[in-house]
Design a protein around this ligand. Structure first.
Ligand code: BGC
Length: 514
């Protein structure tokens, strides 16, 4: 695909690049980083459904599940069981904060490697778990792995990609996440049919495969030009830039990287600096985007689709099968974003996806409400159950081309180099915190809020759609080190960005925009 683009923001430079095989392969391997996160997201829900697993570690939940027919909404409500799922995300939250220093000081690839390594050890603990302590230690190690990978991979992809294809390349991370989820769901489907403890052991133990993939990938990957400059390897950075861009004419972009690095050297404490008014737009976005991404309610489906489908009266096998179908739909629909995000832009996808999710969530809430009422008893007919599954698929599709990939892309591309690692760490930490909260609270919320849970998330989807409409400027095609100009040109955020940060006077900006 030929490079070149017309920027919509005044003063933004126009690099002209082709897509090179090197950048394609590099980003393809880099995106593996999403696999460990996805595998874990996909495996937990199914494993916590397996009777031998529950009998071994959560006998109380097992008994309750066997006996409860009086209230469908509360069948699986157990804080300990949800702690199994959600403990990982707290660990990921903590590690993403450390990862930011490693990513900045040693380069993006070593954070990825460390992520794969701790995930690998965690998978061994889980696969061979003899008691609940081993299970939880394993989960915490997996969480460290996810924190490191999620902190470094989106930044890596955004820095490597040519500006005009950054969206598509960065979305590779989300594709890998969903691919991991789908593979995990398929594995669960088969292992759930095995007798005894071997089923869940295989499911949890196989996490070592994506872990090895990211470890090996990280070893062979080059570091990004931005990171090489940041660490003083200026000559290597230029060569790297020329080789990934497929041309020796990279002077303009290279100069931008050098300028960005010079500026970033003035900043001794990225964590303190990100609090300065001039970084307010990035700070607000890196907090709100992950918060909203989780408040779409997507992980209710990701973690608990099998539980939800059982609640709807599906058998255990049919539930896992339906979860597989929603996963495959999510995977296919993520490609819609890959192919359109650099053409239509981030805002169009955010807004369209938001509206689609909103409508389908309201419809799901109404249908479940009508069938189960507030008491939570009753039977859902086959046609209605299928209709609910179809609505869930429409909701998942909306997420798949909007908040799913963009929730990782936008935070990784909006910050200048001097705060990029810190900003991405905040993004991951906020994401993990709310992933934890949703995972921890969902079953209790379902038990108490019943079908109202879907309306609860719908309200947030409504708010986030308005938020994007008003507050997020379009970032498609804008070179990553030129992003300040986009903020400067925004009706609200412009006031926070000093003129020096964009290298032109306000009058000049005004003139260019006319
Ligand atoms: C989100 C996860 C979610 C996954 C799959 C990711 O972008 O961060 O929380 O589980 O997409 O839906």
């Amino acid at each position: 695909m030929a490079g070149g683009f017309v920027s919509q923001t005044p003063g933004v430079r126009n690099y002209n690049y082709k897509l090179t095989p090197k950048v394609f392969v590099t980003c393809f391997i880099g995106a593996f980083g999403g696999l460990i996160f996805g595998y874990d997201l996909g495996i937990s829900g199914g494993v916590t459904q397996m009777e031998p697993f529950l009998e071994e570690f959560f006998p109380y939940v097992y008994k309750k599940m066997k006996n409860a027919h009086e209230n469908e909404y509360c069948r699986f409500d157990s804080q300990l069981l949800t702690l199994f799922t959600s403990s990982l995300y707290l660990a990921a939250l903590v590690s993403s904060l450390f990862a930011s220093t490693i990513t900045r000081v040693f380069g993006r690839k070593w954070s990825m490697f460390l992520g794969g390594f701790t995930f690998f050890i965690g998978s061994a603990f889980n696969g061979f778990a003899q008691n609940i302590a081993m299970l939880l230690i394993g989960r915490i190690l997996l969480g460290f792995g996810v924190g490191f990978a999620n902190q470094s991979v989106p930044v890596y992809l955004s820095e490597m990609a040519p500006p005009n294809l950054r969206g598509a390349f960065n979305n590779g991370f989300q594709v890998a996440i969903i691919f991991g989820i789908v593979v995990a769901t398929i594995i669960n489907y088969f292992t759930a049919q095995l007798k005894g403890n071997i089923g869940w052991r295989i499911s949890l133990g196989l996490a070592c495969v994506p872990a090895m993939m990211i470890m090996m990938g990280a070893l062979i990957l080059p570091d990004t030009p931005n990171s090489l400059i940041e660490r003083g390897f200026t000559e290597d950075a230029k060569k790297m830039l020329q080789s990934i861009r497929g041309t020796s004419e990279v002077d303009e972009e290279f100069q931008d990287l050098i300028d960005a690095s010079e500026e970033s050297k003035q900043v001794k404490h990225p964590w303190k600096n990100i609090m300065l008014p001039r970084y307010r737009p990035q700070l607000i976005m890196t907090c709100f985007i992950p918060f909203f991404q989780q408040l779409t309610g997507i992980n209710v489906i990701t973690f608990y689709a099998p539980v939800l489908f059982q609640t709807l009266g599906f058998g255990s096998k049919a539930s896992l099968l339906s979860a597989m179908v929603t996963g495959i739909i999510e995977l296919l629909c993520t490609f819609v974003s890959v192919f359109t995000v650099d053409r239509f832009g981030r805002r169009v996808l955010f807004l369209q996806g938001g509206i689609q999710m909103l409508i389908s969530q309201i419809a799901i809430g109404v249908m479940i409400g009508v069938k189960f009422g507030t008491v939570g008893t009753g039977n859902i007919g086959k046609t209605d159950a299928n209709l609910i599954v179809a609505l869930i698929c429409i909701y998942v599709a909306g997420f798949a081309w909007s908040w799913g990939p963009l929730g990782w892309l936008v935070p990784s591309e909006i910050s200048p180099l001097e705060i990029r690692s810190a900003a991405q760490a905040i993004n991951v930490a906020v994401n993990m915190f709310f992933t934890f909260l949703v995972a921890q609270l969902f079953l209790t919320m379902l038990c108490h809020m019943k079908f109202g849970l879907f309306f609860f998330f719908a309200v947030f989807v409504f708010i986030m759609t308005i938020f994007i409409y008003l507050m997020l400027p379009e970032t498609k095609n804008v070179p990553i080190e030129e992003m300040n100009r986009v903020w400067k040109a925004h009706w609200f955020w412009g006031r926070f960005i000093p003129d020096e940060a964009v290298g032109v006077s306000a009058a000049e900006m005004q003139q260019k925009s006319v």
